[in-house]
Unconditional design. Structure first.
Length: 240
């Protein structure tokens, strides 16, 4: 009877653990959207890749802080933030419109730099609007900061091109399948009169991060411990 109780207990424990392992795999943490600024050329770059930021700083760029948080992979209510680069003037274009991203390559000389991250398609708790601005000399600028947006328009004479999407203002996480997909907001229209080339391409693209491996490893270890207990119990029975 005691052996049976041990086996049943181990099986029940494993059944409870299995959903937790699945949850750990489906948990996605938002990552910082980092800002780089080239003061000499007036360029702005946004990336989730700290290594790219570090390389740019070594080449004369200045790290301008964290623009907000985005998701490294698709979760409910988000859409890709496409990243494009034009070497002739050093401009980076970010848009949630696949059509605009494709037209930028076909018609305006941009190259594909992948997906910068995934942004919310409508305002949800903890997000702010991420807006796009353009300047005939300095190219595009993006911010969720109202004060920075006001300064860009009133003092630096940027033109407001409208809403890109919504980014989070603090670290957050989501579970795959959580919530319902939201409609994509109307993207701004791409501008092409963005100045002259004064630098080099910083293209490295961005990737996505995988599941929460720390939680998975911890859960797997617990499961293996439960299995080991069953094996030990069976061996004890054989000895008896």
């Amino acid at each position: 009877m005691r052996l049976l109780c041990k086996i049943v207990g181990a099986i029940l424990f494993a059944s409870i653990l299995s959903p937790r392992l699945a949850e750990a795999q489906d948990q996605v943490d938002a990552v910082p959207l980092l800002q780089d600024y080239n003061q000499q050329a007036g360029w702005h770059l946004y990336t989730t890749d700290q290594n790219e930021v570090d390389r740019n700083v070594q080449n004369g760029w200045r790290f301008a802080g964290n623009a907000g948080w985005v998701f490294p992979r698709s979760v409910a209510g988000t859409t890709p933030l496409y990243r494009r680069y034009r070497g002739s003037d050093g401009d980076h274009l970010y848009t949630i419109s696949k059509d605009e991203a494709d037209r930028a390559i076909i018609d305006y000389g941009y190259v594909d730099e992948g997906i910068a991250g995934f942004v919310a398609t409508e305002p949800v708790a903890g997000t702010q609007p991420f807006r796009r601005f353009s300047h005939p000399k300095f190219g595009h600028f993006y911010t969720a900061d109202v004060s920075a947006a006001t300064t860009a328009v009133q003092q630096a004479k940027y033109v407001d091109e409208g809403l890109v999407g919504y980014i989070w203002t603090a670290p957050t996480s989501k579970t795959i399948g959580e919530g319902k997909p939201n409609p994509v907001p109307t993207p701004p229209t791409v501008k092409t009169d963005v100045g002259q080339n004064t630098g080099t391409d910083t293209n490295t693209g961005t990737g996505t991060t995988g599941p929460n491996w720390t939680a998975i490893v911890a859960g797997t270890a617990t499961l293996l411990t439960a299995i080991a207990a069953v094996i030990a119990a069976l061996r004890g029975r054989n000895k008896d």
